[in-house]
Ligand binder design. Structure first.
Ligand code: DAH
Length: 340
């Protein structure tokens, strides 16, 4: 009987070693250790053994069961490992390869500069206002003291949608839209970032571009407030050595009006190609809000005054970063955008 048991152990051992899959191992388990399995059958015959033999054979039988069990477990673990290895190869996963990088987006240079402008003016107590890009003739021109056949309309070549609606040519209409809502409350201190549209297309003009408008209305606001504010702003934007120059100009919605120049960011005022050898760069338009604009917006021009300004974000961005062609700002070329 003992020999029979040893044979079962050997036989099972060989079968286990040859087994190619988990299913086959399970069959082997049933064949030897199952209820009707070979080992069980042998044990059934133990009744015929003498009282001295029984404990010894019993012990051998236990050893054989444990041995088969161990071999089954070991082989199962091995086959599982192998299967995993095959699966990994099958899926083409090589854990030693570097992973796929998660690409991080960044801010567009126009966004960076717009936010910089906003941050500065928020710090001075201005808040941000917005208005529609599809605008009426009234807010874009009429209310800003530009009646229907005013020659100054020619400065802003307009995309008309119908006779009375258009794509706004500047952010100035938001001055009127805002004051209409706030009047007669004081003060009004807003900046207006936004897109504007003009029929223009070359290396320094795009049919769509960005502006930031500014407006401050209160009692006794003077031209010095305008100068001080813009002086501070331009030095913040272009560096503390920047000089500013206020040149008399004309806008229908301001009186007096001034064009503001900064000393050239490239040559520091010596004169170069960028500043057309003048040493100065024109950077924004500004002035004291015209009494008519105050009146149509609901403010008493005898009691309040204010200043306004408007700047082009593309131009400021190009000067700040030394970009010589405006179009790269709209082409979405990552080789360009990654530099910011
Ligand atoms: N709206 C003008 C333009 O787009 C710029 C401008 C000039 C805005 C003077 C102002 C201002 O608020 O006071 O050409």
């Amino acid at each position: 009987m003992e020999e029979k048991l040893r044979n079962i152990d050997n036989e099972a051992g060989q079968a286990i070693a040859k087994a190619a899959g988990l299913e086959e191992l399970n069959e082997i388990r049933v064949k030897y250790l199952g209820k009707k399995g070979e080992l069980t059958q042998v044990l059934r015959g133990m009744g015929a053994l003498s009282a001295e033999e029984r404990p010894r054979i019993g012990q051998v039988a236990n050893e054989v069961r444990a041995s088969i069990d161990n071999q089954l477990s070991a082989r199962t673990a091995l086959l599982k490992e192998e299967a995993k290895g095959l699966r990994l190869k099958g899926e083409g996963i090589d854990v030693t390869l570097p992973g796929t990088p998660v690409l991080r987006g960044g801010k567009h240079p126009l966004t960076i500069v717009t936010e910089e402008i906003q941050t500065f003016f928020l710090g001075l107590g201005f808040s941000i206002a917005e208005g529609p890009e599809i605008e009426t003739d009234y807010y874009n021109f009429e209310a800003l003291n530009l009646p229907k056949d005013h020659p100054a309309r020619d400065m802003q070549d307009t995309f008309f949608i119908s006779e009375e609606t258009l794509l706004r040519t500047h952010t100035s209409p938001v001055q009127v839209r805002t004051m209409e809502k706030t009047a007669p409350k004081l003060p009004v201190k807003i900046i207006v970032p936004g897109k504007v549209y003009r029929r223009d297309d070359d290396a320094t003009h795009s049919p769509m571009f960005s502006q930031v408008e500014g407006l401050a209305i209160d009692r006794r606001i003077t031209f010095s407030d305008l100068k001080g504010t813009l002086d501070l702003f331009l030095r913040e934007m272009f560096g503390p050595k920047t000089k500013t120059r206020f040149r008399p100009s004309y806008f229908p919605f301001t009186e007096p009006s001034a064009e503001v120049d900064i000393s050239c960011v490239m040559c520091g005022g010596q004169g170069c190609r960028v500043c057309s050898h003048t040493g100065w760069l024109e950077i924004l338009g500004s002035g004291m809000v015209h009494p008519r604009v105050l009146e149509v917006s609901g403010y008493n021009s005898e009691e309040v005054t204010g200043f306004a300004f408007g700047m082009g974000v593309e131009r400021i961005t190009m000067l700040k970063y030394g970009i010589d062609d405006l179009r790269v700002l709209f082409e979405n070329d990552l080789r360009f955008l990654r530099q910011f």
